[in-house]
Design a protein around this ligand. Structure first.
Ligand code: RP5
Length: 170
């Protein structure tokens, strides 16, 4: 097993159902990653340890998801100079999701978190791969293929609507 390049972390096991989409995308592209629970509020010292050793351990990018008062991505970004992608999760303690979005999005100057959409873990996985793909040709090629597959899917839908008529699609 090669050393993980991406660290996927989340505040609680209850985030896994959303965060798994980042893991699934990386798995699809055969990009080595690690996945674990790190809570900013319940295990703050573990968070400090995780983030401050991440670069030394060989990680290149961190994907961090949390819900409600979602401090994990921002705090991790404060502890490492690796790029951090934040995933706002609509969790049981979220009011409506905006709380998580704004907690992750509105970072102070100097400490960016690349924030994806609410529950947008798949895009976080894609973005992590794209960051790696800037310096890794093989990952870059797989991402090009992925992009082509997105285009083909839309083209297939266009053809299908033209062939069957829109009334017969759903
Ligand atoms: C956040 O609180 C976690 O990231 C999770 O989204 C939310 C709820 O956690 P649990 O109470 O389900 O463990 O810190």
């Amino acid at each position: 097993m090669s050393k993980p390049l991406v660290g996927i972390i989340m505040g609680s096991q209850s985030d896994l159902n959303v965060m798994r989409e980042a893991a699934e995308f990386l798995e699809e592209l055969k990009i080595p990653f690690e996945l674990t629970i790190v809570s900013a509020h319940r295990t703050p010292l573990r968070m400090v340890e995780y983030a401050s050793t991440a670069r030394k351990r060989g990680l290149k990018v961190i994907v961090a998801g949390a819900g409600g008062a979602a401090h994990l991505p921002g705090m991790v970004a404060s502890l490492t100079s690796l790029p951090v992608i934040g995933v706002p999760v609509k969790s049981s303690n979220s009011i409506d999701g905006w709380d998580s979005v704004l907690s992750i999005l509105q970072m102070p100057g100097g400490v960016p978190v690349a924030t994806v959409a609410l529950n947008g873990a798949k895009n976080a996985g894609i973005l992590a791969a794209q960051i790696l793909g800037t310096s890794n040709k093989s990952i870059g090629r797989k991402l090009d293929t992925f992009k082509i597959s997105l285009r083909k899917k839309v083209e297939d839908s266009v053809k299908s609507i033209e062939r069957k008529g829109w009334q017969h699609i759903l």
